[in-house]
Design a protein around this ligand. Structure first.
Ligand SMILES: C[S@@+](CC[C@H](N)C(=O)[O-])C[C@H]1O[C@@H](n2cnc3c(N)ncnc32)[C@H](O)[C@@H]1O
Length: 446
């Protein structure tokens, strides 16, 4: 692979003897991986799980088909193997409040959600509107319960969540040197000064993150670049300017320690972790875990309240009675023309750019409700009255937006469509036909 000359001379100087192996690794094929989603009930998945990844209990080496039922239904998530290490390091505990500050397309958010097992609060934020929409699709597909998905600048976010989170993951925008193998065009953005420019942005993001962290909370910082300016030097700056200590991270095969000599010599920097493609099966990452040494109170917050009118509540209760069993999502929120359930720990959403305040339950129509696509992917099928098994060929018709012929004796109404055990969406059965409610913007030819 053609790499910028200044990139090569920089790493020759930094890596010494290791340099040749490092540079050779750029000519090897990029590594692919995927995770199986344990938030969903067991299903008959057609995937190859021969090569498990040691440090992620549901992670595997391999490439998945983005146009498969497994992918559409959120049973699997494609993620580069080194990127899977970060959420493991965050080690979220059920019940914690966690912010994924730079979250799109959602690899780390969906993994955090898995580890949190749908308990606690996950706030996933992405500054870029287009990328935030992809984040929504991926989190929705994954079936995360009551996620708050925002499209905010960290500065505005920090005004709404003062000293609030137990953990904040900053998977920072970076010079992306670890992406070169997968995306050769990324080398075009690279210049000698690019890592320094990225570091300036990273420091700004961290300053805002610190304001949102509870005293005693943790920051997990990661990049997919090798540049010391964005890795060890950022962490050195953080501990020099704020009251944090670097926590040790358990390393697995092929992982190496951060290099104090590449920053200010602080020996604790060796507690950070580098994943180099010449030593480790993955494209490359840097991860650090920091503990706030502050004590004191958490910030005061005005919580979001339910805003559902009496009539809408009645429509919801009828819709719930007709279609679900033992299902009581709450509190409820009308947001736009959609009814959601939301996590009662979220702050008042006024003044925030909200992509999703929680789990979408249904589209509000005049005097009735239609089930939301996102609900089909989140709800346990046990709670749905009418279910219909469809074949993989019928699934192809569904994701293409076609109607599907079915038994003409089937009672009219909403059905959760299930393919090989995977919930894939709702359909409306009317006189021997399943009417298609797969969202228009997501349709594809499988
Ligand atoms: C490395 S990517 C995140 C990948 C994601 N965590 C995942 O695992 O799928 C970094 C993200 O930071 C966002 N970003 C760019 N500038 C930013 C800023 N000033 N503040 C916060 N996020 C920013 C980018 O749009 C990008 O989506």
């Amino acid at each position: 692979m053609e790499l910028p000359e200044k990139f090569k001379s920089k790493y020759k100087r930094l890596l010494g003897e290791e340099y040749e192996n490092f540079i050779k690794s750029f000519d090897e094929e990029a590594d692919h991986g995927f995770r199986i989603n344990h938030l969903k009930p067991k299903a008959n998945l057609q995937i190859n799980t021969k090569e498990p990844i040691e440090y992620v209990d549901n992670g595997f080496i391999g490439k998945i088909d983005g146009k498969s039922a497994e992918h559409q239904s959120g049973y699997i998530y494609s993620q580069e193997p080194s990127a899977m290490f970060v959420a493991q390091v965050a080690d979220p505990k059920p019940g914690e409040k966690i912010l994924d500050l730079c979250a799109a397309p959602g690899g780390k958010s969906t993994q955090l959600a898995s580890l949190m097992n749908n308990q606690g609060l996950l706030v996933s934020n992405e500054i870029d509107r287009g990328r935030a929409k992809i984040l929504v699709e991926n989190i929705e597909r994954f079936g995360v319960k009551n996620p708050l998905i925002l499209n905010e600048d960290p500065a505005n976010l920090s005004k709404h969540f003062k000293k609030y989170f137990d953990k904040i993951l900053i998977d920072a925008p970076c010079s992306g040197e670890g992406m070169f193998r997968k995306n050769h065009d990324a080398t075009n953005y690279w210049s000698e000064d690019y890592p320094k420019e990225c570091a300036t942005l990273q420091r700004e993001i961290i300053k805002k993150a610190v304001k949102m962290l509870k005293p005693g909370g943790q920051i997990i910082y990661s990049t997919c670049t090798f540049a010391p300016e964005e890795d060890e030097q950022i962490i050195a700056w953080l501990v020099d300017n704020y009251n944090f200590k670097i926590l040790p991270i358990e390393k697995f095969k092929g992982m190496s320690s951060g290099r104090p000599a590449w920053a200010n010599g602080n020996p604790d920097l060796s507690k950070t972790v580098r994943l180099f493609p010449h030593l480790f099966r993955g494209d490359g990452h840097f991860v650090a875990k920091l503990q706030s040494l502050d004590d004191g109170k958490i910030g005061k917050i005005k919580y979001q309240r339910s805003n559902v009118s009496g009539n809408l509540k009645k429509d919801w209760e009828k819709f719930n009675y007709d279609n679900f069993v033992n299902f009581d999502p709450h509190p409820l929120l009308k947001f736009g023309e959609t009814l959601y359930s939301f996590n009662p720990e979220i702050p008042d959403l006024n003044g925030l750019k909200v992509m999703r305040p929680g789990t979408p339950l249904g589209q509000i129509k005049k005097n009735r409700i239609e089930p939301a696509y996102g609900l089909a992917l989140e709800i346990n099928p046990e709670h749905v009255k009418n279910k219909l098994n469809i074949t993989r060929d019928e699934w192809k018709l569904y994701v293409h937006g076609d109607t599907i012929p079915t038994d003409s004796n089937l009672e009219k109404g909403w059905y959760l469509l299930i393919c090989d055990g995977m919930s894939i969406g709702f359909g409306k059965v009317v006189s021997g036909t399943i009417k298609n409610f797969f969202p228009k913007g997501l349709r594809f030819k499988a």
